[in-house]
Design a protein. Structure first.
Ligand code: IPE
Ligand code: IPE
Ligand code: MG
Length: 246
């Protein structure tokens, strides 16, 4: 990623309106220090706090953080337990901080796979932050884009079977409304930390035209300044949407 400053006469693309982050590299952060992986996840939770605050200060309207994928269940049970423990801790202890940031929390993912106390904590955190309006913070937990797309297709198919929907009325808007992200604008900037350059089953439909920014920084080291650099990179991009550009 280039870190050159924006030229003075730049006509930057406005936004981004929605920044999504694939938070990656906790394990490598810990390994580099001879620490257990959970230590990296703990420091990753600190980074979440910094980035939520920074995004609010930068005036980003929507921030989405990918925290746990449907595929992450394949990790060793101890690590999954540690991650679920950190999630519980976050949902119970970050509410004041979210309120201070004016953050409205929404958890995106399949809740059926989660422990019942976590599902309750999620509902509580969502309702306690519902009135906040400075920034929407979405956290993807037990989220996988292919599973999301399939459940949307099933739900539309059921409506067709029941005679409530005609198949030729399934357009992009109708399909979007059946996704877990219904009502959330598409990410226009997708950042992945830790040097990996892949999507890992994240918002495959919604990121159709997202600008991708890959940074080498490991997630526990990521902060507001890295977010600002990624936004500067976003603003240097020319978004064409299939057109010819300017
Ligand atoms: C991101 O860090 C956190 C989750 C995916 C839950 P990782 O745990 O994937 O860290 P690395 O990729 O092994 O370094
Ligand atoms: C992607 O990271 C998922 C999250 C950040 C929650 P992973 O570390 O699980 O992805 P892969 O395995 O490197 O593709
Ligand atoms: Mg990883």
């Amino acid at each position: 990623m280039s870190t050159a400053p924006l030229p003075a006469n730049a006509d930057p693309t406005p936004g981004p309106n929605h920044v999504a982050i694939i938070m990656d590299g906790n394990g490598r952060w810990a390994k580099a220090r001879g620490l257990p992986r959970v230590a990296g996840h703990r420091r990753g939770a600190d980074a979440v706090r910094r980035v939520v605050r920074g995004a609010g200060e930068l005036g980003i309207p929507v921030l989405t953080l990918f925290a746990f994928s449907t595929e992450n269940w394949t990790r060793p049970a101890d690590e999954v337990n540690d991650l679920m423990g950190l999630l519980r801790h976050y949902l119970r202890n970050e509410l004041d901080e979210l309120r201070r940031n004016g953050a409205r929390l929404r958890v995106i993912g399949n809740r059926e796979g989660l422990a019942s106390d976590i599902v309750r904590d999620i509902s509580d955190a969502e309702s306690l932050t519902r009135g906040n309006s400075r920034i929407d913070v979405n956290i993807c937990i037990n989220y996988g884009a292919r599973a999301e797309i399939l459940q949307a297709i099933r739900s539309l198919a059921r409506q067709v079977e029941a005679g409530e929907l005609s198949s030729d009325r399934i357009d992009e808007d109708r399909f979007e409304s059946a996704l877990l992200t219904s009502g959330v604008p598409d990410p226009d900037l997708l950042i992945r930390t830790s040097g990996e350059q892949r999507i890992s089953n994240f918002m495959l439909w919604q990121c159709a035209y997202a600008e991708l920014v890959f940074v080498d920084t490991l997630w526990p080291d990521f902060g507001k300044e890295h977010l600002e650099q990624a936004i500067a990179e976003f603003r240097r991009r020319e978004r064409r949407y299939g057109g010819v550009g300017g």
